[in-house]
Write a protein that binds this ligand. Structure first.
Ligand code: ZN
Ligand code: ZN
Length: 257
């Protein structure tokens, strides 16, 4: 499994991009920065978008991506709630054409918005994909993505603490997780349904208690002006748990395992 990170932050600037990453170049997890970080030919390789939830930093790139790929029908998987946000707030026929419907100016849909139910596994392009509810609003789910060789990654999407039920349902080799805030903002993290390094450590300890192993951890969704603090605090977690924790950067690629 190759994971290429396009955007790994929650705020956009010349050097920080909104959340998007590619699995093997064909599955896009979230769409915060697909158009700005990929060439048109790279965009054409994408077979589907898996949407974790309906917040702007995760759906922002969908209209421009669809507009550049009008010759085909691209599946977008997400909860009904997240897809309705996309329909009503971006593909609304006002700020962008209704590119998921046949009555847009194209006379055909470009996006196939497919509502998936949490806990039901779908098979797509050789992957087994299971959506699992996480602690975050706007129809938030995480995705377990399993390859034919049995290896899997779990993408938490945005999430707050309280993931024991999630851990009970998955056995990932890799965990790609929200770490939005530093520890001094732990209460803000809990209120806004995000994680900080200490909250992540607690969730990882629960994971280990359930599974007797730690997954490889890759952190994303960092707040840029707290990045150095978060990095130092994750190094402490890494030391305490004796595991490797990476912080993904824009453009970085991981080949696993
Ligand atoms: Zn969110
Ligand atoms: Zn977000």
């Amino acid at each position: 499994m190759r994971i290429k990170f396009l955007g790994t932050h929650n705020s956009e600037s010349r050097t920080t991009k909104l959340i998007s990453y590619l699995i093997d170049g064909v599955l896009a997890i979230d769409a915060g920065s697909i158009p700005s970080e990929l060439s048109f030919s790279e965009q054409q390789q994408i077979r589907a978008i898996l949407l974790t939830h309906g917040h702007y930093d995760h759906i922002r790139g969908i209209p421009a991506f669809a507009f550049a790929n009008t010759e085909r029908l691209i599946p977008v998987f997400g909860t009904a709630e997240a897809l309705n946000i996309l329909r009503s707030h971006l593909l609304d026929g006002i700020i962008y054409p209704k590119l998921a419907e046949k009555d847009s100016f194209l006379g055909k849909p470009v996006l196939d918005l497919i509502a998936i139910e949490p806990f039901k596994t779908i098979r797509f392009e050789g992957y087994e994909i299971t959506a699992i509810k996480v602690n975050h609003p706007c129809g938030a789910i995480g995705f377990e993505i399993k390859e034919a060789n049995g290896h899997s990654a779990f993408c938490t999407g945005d999430t707050g603490p309280g993931l024991s039920q999630v851990w009970n349902m998955i056995h990932p080799d890799i965990l790609i997780t929200d770490v939005t805030f530093p520890n001094e903002l732990a209460s803000v993290a809990e209120e806004s349904c995000h994680l900080c390094p200490d909250l992540l450590m607690h969730e990882l300890e629960n994971f280990q208690r359930i599974h007797r192993y730690f997954p490889r951890v890759i952190s994303i969704h960092l707040t840029p002006n707290h990045e150095m603090t978060i990095k130092n605090e994750l190094a402490v977690v890494s030391q305490k748990l004796k595991i490797q924790i990476d912080i993904a950067q824009e453009g970085e690629e991981f080949s696993l395992p």
